[in-house]
Ligand binder design. Structure first.
Ligand SMILES: O=C1O[C@H](COP(=O)(O)O)[C@@H](O)[C@H](O)[C@H]1O
Length: 212
């Protein structure tokens, strides 16, 4: 995890040496909980860093399940954009994506994954999954649906998430490792498993950070 924090820190420092602001996307869920304190210790001019979650659960901003809340509390000196840009999820997704449009191309995007092969809030079996994983779909955000509560989500699509100078995937535990290895050795082309689409599309530009 120290290695990941150092790599992200270096990428952000390089960006801030060249430009006024750096743009960073981080995952929510449980995985970043170990990373955030290490990242906060990096020598970075945090007020010049714009941060957004890769996806958000459709709950109140102060709900314990909120990814925005997790990031905002973990990196309090960064400027963390709340995806809840409207009272309705569809409109919120639209406005959130419009705001992120002004940030692209991102400087660093770190993704998390689930044992079911989802990343961000792009879950297997979701009705609008095929379009969300199609690299030909314009970069944007959508309303996602998780199989477990909280069900309703906002998520950036594959095109948006991969539009970054630095792309990482954080995974903990043996089950995620086994899924990654099986997916990497599977034949390319199937987009039924979101993770497969990510690995196919990102190719060698994606660095996987695994920890037990
Ligand atoms: O629901 C989510 O799941 C993934 C993976 O979460 P984890 O708890 O297994 O690390 C996460 O990347 C995503 O941001 C989150 O909303």
């Amino acid at each position: 995890m120290q290695h990941l924090a150092a790599d992200l820190g270096q990428q952000l420092r390089q960006t801030l040496a060249a430009r006024p602001r750096a743009r960073l996307l981080l995952p929510g869920g449980s995985s970043p909980q170990v990373l955030l304190p290490l990242l906060r210790e990096q020598a970075l001019d945090w007020p010049r860093i714009d941060l957004s979650p890769t996806d958000e659960r459709w709950v109140a901003a102060d709900d314990p399940h909120s990814n925005w809340r997790l990031l905002q509390q973990g990196l309090p000196h960064a400027h963390c954009l709340d995806p809840r840009q409207d009272a309705q999820p569809e409109a919120a997704a639209l406005v959130w994506a419009q705001q992120l449009e002004t940030w692209r191309r991102f400087d660093a995007v770190l993704l998390g994954m689930g044992e079911d092969g989802h990343f961000a809030s792009l879950f297997p079996g979701m009705p609008n999954l095929a379009a969300a994983l199609d690299p030909a779909t314009p970069a944007g955000a959508l309303v996602g649906m998780a199989p477990s509560a909280p069900h309703q989500r906002l998520s950036l699509n594959l095109s948006m998430l991969c539009d970054s100078d630095w792309l990482g995937l954080l995974a903990f535990g043996d089950a995620k490792r086994a899924l990654l290895e099986a997916t990497l050795s599977a034949s390319q082309g199937s987009r039924e498993l979101p993770l497969q689409a990510l690995l196919d599309n990102a190719g060698p530009s994606l660095t996987v950070y695994w920890a037990p």
